[in-house]
Design a binder for this molecule. Sequence first.
Ligand SMILES: Cc1cc2nc3c(=O)[nH]c(=O)nc-3n(C[C@H](O)[C@H](O)[C@H](O)COP(=O)(O)OP(=O)(O)OC[C@H]3O[C@@H](n4cnc5c(N)ncnc54)[C@H](O)[C@@H]3O)c2cc1C
Length: 377
Amino acid sequence: MELLIVGGGPVGLAAALALRERGIRSSMTVLEAAPAGRQVYSDRNIALSSGSWRFLRRIGVALGDAPQAPITRVEVSQQGSFGLLTLDAADIGRAELGAAITYPALMSALHTAIGTTDIALRHDARVTALESSGDDTRVALANGECLRADGIIIADGAGGITLPGTRHHSRDSGHVAVLASVTASRPQPGLAIERFTAHGTLALVPRSDGDWTAIWAQPRADAERALALPDEAYAAMLNEAAGRALGTLTLAGARTQFPLVWHLREPRSSGSLVAIGNAAQGLHPAAAQGLNLGFADARVLASTMAACKAAPIRERFATFARRRAPDRLLRMGFSGLLAHGFHRGGWILDVPRGAGLMALQLATPARRALLRRLVLA
Ligand SMILES: Cc1cc2nc3c(=O)[nH]c(=O)nc-3n(C[C@H](O)[C@H](O)[C@H](O)COP(=O)(O)OP(=O)(O)OC[C@H]3O[C@@H](n4cnc5c(N)ncnc54)[C@H](O)[C@@H]3O)c2cc1C
């Protein structure tokens, strides 16, 4: 059996490793558009759940030496109003909810792991088209090559290759995430913050260098104004919104921006083609669920392929899509709620929002169930 994986990002590489770890012995090639050694990674700080870390260890990704920032507690609150929800690792009997790592450190560990296997990773291999008719599936590369495979796993992120038989729904959220590294005057190791502010949802995620990454999703016009502000003025605006949990925040680096585009591919499988990770769904980063969801895709795809070895590949891909539906819905819903449902929308919503946070704080079983779902799955 010949498997092709389109996209050598974290999800494509993890899927290849997971398939091998589950004993799928087919010939496997990962096709990555970027040239070798010249992949340009954003320095984004990625918060990964305990479940994702466990998965990476199991598929042979050695992250022991990579700098990490453990996350033990998440505080959810709103600017200028009542309501505080604390999600604590101790609530589910754990030392940590997860840890953050930079995207380049993660990619470097994934490449090292791939290098110890017989999985072929081809750089400079941009896929331009996919064709699937019956069991005959092919990809066309930008260099004119045409490759055939028994199954093709699409992990091209927001690359947007057209997948015959599936529909790609995409919507510009109208929001832009403004990112900045900040130093806290009263650092609380392990603390991550999620805050509903007058401008949009603000997340503060610990970094391995002792700073925090501030990810502030704002309507495009507000974000443009915020990006044009001098450092001190932006820091003042950030401090006003962030509250005092970490003391005073000062900017520790340049600000960058990411347009927030929501997208979904449905159905995600068609014949011998299946989409995973950001190729299947693009989430708002407010809830830090995008890559966690992508790794869960890779894990479940591998276990489904292994469990139904006798079934044709098209059936295995369809079974995988069905199995992933509930978790996908939960995490997309949770991210959407944090990003948009809780977007301020005026003081009149402060009361139900605050009451909702407090209700979840008091409803210990519901809080623990949500935590287990997001952290351990
Ligand atoms: C600001 C920000 C913060 C985030 N923080 C978090 C977080 O804290 N926690 C979390 O879980 N997630 C987070 N995310 C989401 C996370 O970054 C993504 O979910 C993750 O990168 C998706 O991985 P992927 O492999 O699916 O796609 P990508 O990382 O986009 O990789 C896709 C790969 O496919 C290649 N490719 C594209 N087109 C082609 C083609 N035609 N042919 C061949 N190769 C191709 C690309 O070069 C790339 O290498 C964040 C995202 C943003 C923007």
